[in-house]
Write a protein that binds this ligand. Structure first.
Ligand code: URA
Length: 247
């Protein structure tokens, strides 16, 4: 085991390194100190980082593995049915589909808007609060496209009702912004909305006398799932984030 070449005073470990690793969810600061002391934190070349030597994020290894991505992480998950967008639900939660550490990061990697437990499709998660706000803010009108399967055949009137900008959902005081409906079959359609009200798509179809049996989010802004398999996730590139925010 080789040691870093720029030793600091005896017993000194870099608090920045400890905080960095602890905030990525690897453990408490005390846990991380112990990991460093045990020689588990190294550079890519195997040099042990136990003496305060500064190291770049990309060059740090824990147990030989690269560190998780730094803060500013944005990822997409292809959410399967049956998972809740929560950290504490007694049933299955979306965090089970991600590295366990992601739920323990500070700041936490949190869902950007929610998908119901029985809904599937594109879910974004990030630790970047301002970015999450930019995506979910009703003022930004980021479009979200859903594929729906309905319990009853479409009447043909729904498109005009949804596009009108006057549809009022029960117990709400402002009408919905216009939404676009593209019918794809007698009981299937794609709907694009620019808000994120509670159970919005299901309530819209309930308002026109129907019932959503399957709901799949296909796209947010210009970003879709591509070939990402159900249950899988991957980080987004800056260009993909720009597809979501439109900037
Ligand atoms: N609208 C809903 O009703 N449910 C979702 O999960 C997303 C949008």
């Amino acid at each position: 085991m080789r040691h870093a070449s720029r030793p600091a005073p005896e017993g000194h470990t870099d608090m920045r390194l400890i905080r960095l690793i602890a905030n990525l969810g690897y453990g408490s600061q005390r846990d991380v100190k112990a990991m460093i002391k045990a020689g588990r934190v190294t550079l890519a070349d195997g040099t042990v980082l136990d003496d305060g030597t500064k190291a770049a994020h990309d060059d740090i290894r824990v147990d030989g593995e690269p560190l998780d991505p730094p803060p500013g992480l944005v990822l997409m998950l292809h959410k399967p049915e049956g998972y809740t967008c929560s950290t504490s639900d007694p049933g299955r939660i979306v965090y089970e589909l991600l590295p366990e550490r992601f739920m323990h990061r500070n700041p936490i990697v949190a869902p950007v808007g929610r998908l119901d437990r029985d809904s599937t499709g594109l879910l974004l998660l990030t630790d970047d609060g301002p970015l999450a706000h930019r995506i979910t803010s009703p003022k930004r009108h980021v479009p979200k496209t859903y594929e729906v399967t309905l319990a009853r055949p479409l009447s043909g009137e729904e498109g005009a009702v949804f596009a009108s900008g006057t549809l009022m959902l029960r117990s709400e005081s402002t009408p919905l912004a216009p939404a676009e409906l593209v019918v794809s079959g007698p009981q299937t359609a794609r709907i694009t909305i620019t808000e994120g009200r509670y159970h919005q798509v299901k309530r819209m179809f309930a308002a026109v006398g129907n019932h959503v049996e399957r709901l799949h989010r296909a796209a947010i802004g210009g970003l879709d799932l591509g070939d990402l398999a159900e249950g899988q996730w991957r980080p987004l590139s800056p260009a993909e984030i720009a597809l979501v925010t439109g900037s």
